[in-house]
Write a protein that binds this ligand. Structure first.
Ligand code: ADP
Ligand code: MG
Length: 238
């Protein structure tokens, strides 16, 4: 678990400012969900927190430590991507263990940590398969397994379920909620699915054009949206 604090965080690509002076406190062990229209900067923000994209201005702190320059391992974060980003030529076991191999862990340490992750996600029977031999839901479990195995303080999810069919989305949503309860890690989650946002979130952050439009609990945003834009993402105004 770790808290994450953004102060005056901005991101520019050339002259285009895609994140503008964002301020946000994300509590230890909380589940924070970002929603907002395509292109409003959700993925960019996650990539900056993950250390995959430099922060142009402002400060990112994790557990009170400034992390602007730190690599993803030092930050204690792991990211799960929408397109799974699995290595097609590696088995499930090798995919899940890859980051540990890069970090120089021994074969035995890797095997035992992969086994724990596989058990948590109930994918033990799949360990010798390659991604091409898996269903979409199974691939997404492997992608989550790759994050879990690193035992991160903070999980970052970028629309992890959007490529799955409706039924699988519901069951994976329940799995992710269970995982959050079980691990107690801080989770930061991007989705365009209103039900996912309402059911998973402790706090929902509605973004619009690189800024925070409104942030609050699902109930606060549902009952008291500041404007029609927020209401459109969360539910109808009364
Ligand atoms: P979202 O995830 O909310 O759909 P993104 O974070 O992907 O939005 O993109 C935010 C804005 O930044 C968009 O206008 C997008 O075109 C722009 N953008 C994202 N990545 C790059 C990049 N590498 N170079 C230039 N512009 C980018
Ligand atoms: Mg995105």
């Amino acid at each position: 678990m770790a808290n994450v604090a953004l102060s005056e965080v901005s991101k520019s690509y050339g002259s285009l400012e895609v994140i503008e002076g964002l301020n946000l406190q994300i509590e230890d062990g909380s589940f924070t969900v970002f929603v907002g229209p395509s292109g409003c900067g959700k993925s960019t923000l996650l990539r900056m927190i993950a250390g995959l994209e430099p922060i142009t201005k402002g400060t990112l702190q994790i557990d009170g430590k400034t992390m602007n320059q730190a690599d993803p391992i030092e930050r204690g974060v792991a990211m799960v991507f929408q397109n799974y980003a699995l290595y097609p030529h590696m088995t499930v076991e090798q995919n899940i263990g890859f980051s540990l191999r890069m970090a120089g862990l021994t074969k035995d340490e890797i095997a035992s940590r992969v086994a724990v992750a596989a058990k948590t996600l109930q994918i033990e029977p799949l360990l010798k398969r390659k991604p091409g031999q898996l269903s979409g839901g199974q691939r997404q479990r492997v992608a989550i397994g790759r994050a879990i195995v690193r035992d991160p303080e903070v999980f970052l999810f970028d629309e992890p379920l959007s490529n799955l069919d409706a039924e699988l989305r519901v069951s994976m949503r329940v799995e992710i909620a269970k995982l959050h309860n079980q691990l107690g890690s801080t989770m930061i989650y991007v989705t365009h699915d209103q039900t996912e946002a309402m059911t998973l979130a402790d706090k929902i952050v509605v973004m619009r054009a690189g800024k925070i439009e409104q942030a609050g609990t699902p109930e606060e945003l549902y009952d008291n949206p500041d404007n029609l834009f927020v209401a459109g993402f969360i539910g109808s105004p009364r």
